[in-house]
Design a protein. Structure first.
Length: 527
């Protein structure tokens, strides 16, 4: 699965927008200031594929070109054409919507994953319609297999489900990953807390469907897994109790069932023979989706021998496990992974490794990874063809490949380059003193008061570790010349201002070098 091109004339703050993705890359990172359209782009992609899955089109025009399972697909939606508003071409041949629906497994991504680490629920809401359909299908078709669903928003509580699926996978690479990044070396126990769902006691699905009386007449495609869970649990406990709910809801009385999985051997009993980690995760997630599970309390063993609840791990650790778990569980699938600021809760050390981990795992899939971020640490190892800079100029949005590779520039260099446009990484008050210092330095005829002020600023900057003196002999002359000619600039520079500043620096440096060389020739001539 690979998106090659997307054109959107108008969607939220995207205007006259076009983006091309490098066909040779499975990973693309989106950079841009707040309001440049990164999140809107991700949400637009979800809406397009969501509506194709449901047999319709979103309320905006677009042209999308992508590859899936060896096919080249072009989809166009034009609301000005009532009779042919939506057209789908596969390998140059027009496809009807009926044919697309029947052959969606060939021409649509197997999975579209969305993840956002922030507080906004906007991206999650774009997944609501397919999630509700999934819920109805689970209850109405209890005899069907339980495939991993096509549209999947990664919720925070799924991190524990990913952890259990990791343990059940018995994958040495997964175990090594958990030990290296989370210090987790083993499974101790898990307590599944089931709650009486809103439909508890009523018959769901078909009239002849198999039901589980012990679990409030539960029925659905997850029922075999639920029975395996009941079978491995130690002394299931049923209890009526008051349960705290989020504000403004009051505590409510409900019936709960506690199913305790006491050790790793019991945990392995949850997996049917030859069942994949992806299927295990799908079963666990189905219990959540159908309102049967209130929480799962997983206890793990760490490298130092301590035992901790998984919820005691940091948000960054839980986040890492969720995203990497979904990538690993869907290896070999034609999937699209859309991650909006997935690095929010990661410390700088992890951030360096995070994108590499994502890339290593995406290469084992047939999918595409699109990541929106503000973090320079996330792009420091990338080539320019893996990055798209989003910007807004005169009401039009653009997404362009940068001129230079981020690789090798370093964080400070990235912040002061076309990628971020900062004039300096120094604090504004320090930068203000430097501006004053250079303004006075560039004046040829200084008053006594200005000389005093210049000395005072020099002392203050020296005390801060920012001295004008430099071991390079050209630096003194360059700094003085720049002070005479460089205009004051805003803290954030435009692309044109960055280019102008670079040209000015080059001109001054060339002049200084030429002047030094001429002085050297003059001295040699005198001698």
């Amino acid at each position: 699965m690979r998106i090659n091109r997307l054109i959107i004339p108008s969607y939220r703050n995207l205007r006259s927008f076009e983006i091309d993705f490098d066909k040779s890359q499975s990973t693309t990172v989106l950079l841009g200031r707040n309001g440049s359209g990164k999140s809107n782009l991700i949400e637009a992609i979800v809406e397009i594929f969501r509506e194709l899955e449901l047999g319709g089109a979103p309320d905006f025009n677009y042209t999308l070109v992508y590859e899936c399972q060896g096919h080249s697909v072009t989809v166009m939606h034009d609301q000005s054409k009532p009779s042919r508003r939506l057209s789908v071409d596969v390998d140059g041949k027009r496809l009807t919507m009926k044919e697309l629906d029947a052959r969606g497994h060939e021409f649509l991504p197997a999975h579209v994953f969305g993840y956002y680490s922030g507080w906004s629920g906007r991206l999650e809401r774009t997944f609501e319609a397919p999630t509700r359909k999934r819920y109805r299908d689970l209850l109405a078709n209890p005899d069907d297999d339980l495939p991993f669903r096509r549209f999947f928003f990664c919720r925070r509580e799924y991190s524990q489900l990913a952890l259990l699926a990791f343990f059940l996978s018995e994958d040495p690479e997964a175990s090594a990953l958990m030990e290296r990044y989370l210090d987790i070396v083993g499974f101790e126990s898990a307590l599944f807390v089931l709650k009486k769902p809103w439909w508890g006691g009523k018959r769901q699905g078909r009239a002849d469907a198999d039901v589980e009386p012990a679990a409030w007449n539960a029925t659905g495609a997850f029922l075999p897994f639920l029975r395996r869970l009941w079978g491995v649990a130690l002394a299931p406990i049923r209890h009526d109790e008051e349960v705290a709910r989020p504000i403004p809801r009051d505590r409510e009385r409900t019936e709960r069932i506690y199913l305790f999985v006491r050790d790793a051997a019991a945990l392995l009993g949850l997996k049917a023979p030859h069942e994949s980690p992806k299927a295990v995760f799908a079963n666990l997630e189905a219990l959540f989706l159908c309102d049967l599970v209130d929480e799962v309390r997983v206890v793990v063993r760490k490298r130092d021998g301590t035992r901790v609840r998984f919820t005691q791990l940091s948000e960054g650790e839980q986040q890492l496990l969720t995203v990497l778990g979904l990538l690993r569980f869907t290896q070999g699938d034609e999937a699209l992974y859309l991650l909006d600021e997935p690095d929010t809760h990661l410390n700088p050390v992890w951030t360096y490794d995070f994108l590499k981990l994502l890339q290593d795992n995406i290469r084992a899939t047939k999918g595409q990874l699109i990541v929106a971020t503000h973090n320079p640490l996330m792009i420091g190892s990338l080539r320019k063809k893996q990055v798209r800079l989003l910007s807004v100029t005169e009401g039009r949005n653009a997404a362009v490949e940068p001129e230079h590779d981020p690789l090798g520039i370093g964080v400070e260099g990235l912040l002061k380059s076309e990628f971020y446009g900062l004039r300096s990484t120094l604090a504004p008050e320090v930068l203000s003193r430097i501006d004053q210092h250079y303004e006075l330095l560039g004046k040829e005829n200084k008053t006594d008061e200005e000389q005093t002020k210049l000395a005072q600023l020099a002392n203050e900057l020296n005390a801060l570790g920012i001295a004008r003196t430099h071991p390079n002999p050209y630096f003194e002359a360059f700094a003085t010349a720049l002070a005479r000619r460089a205009p004051h600039a805003e803290p954030i520079l435009t692309d044109a201002e960055i280019e102008e500043q670079t040209k000015l620096s080059d001109e001054i440096l060339n002049e200084v070098i030429a002047e030094e060389e001429q002085q050297l020739r003059d001295r040699e001539g005198l001698s």
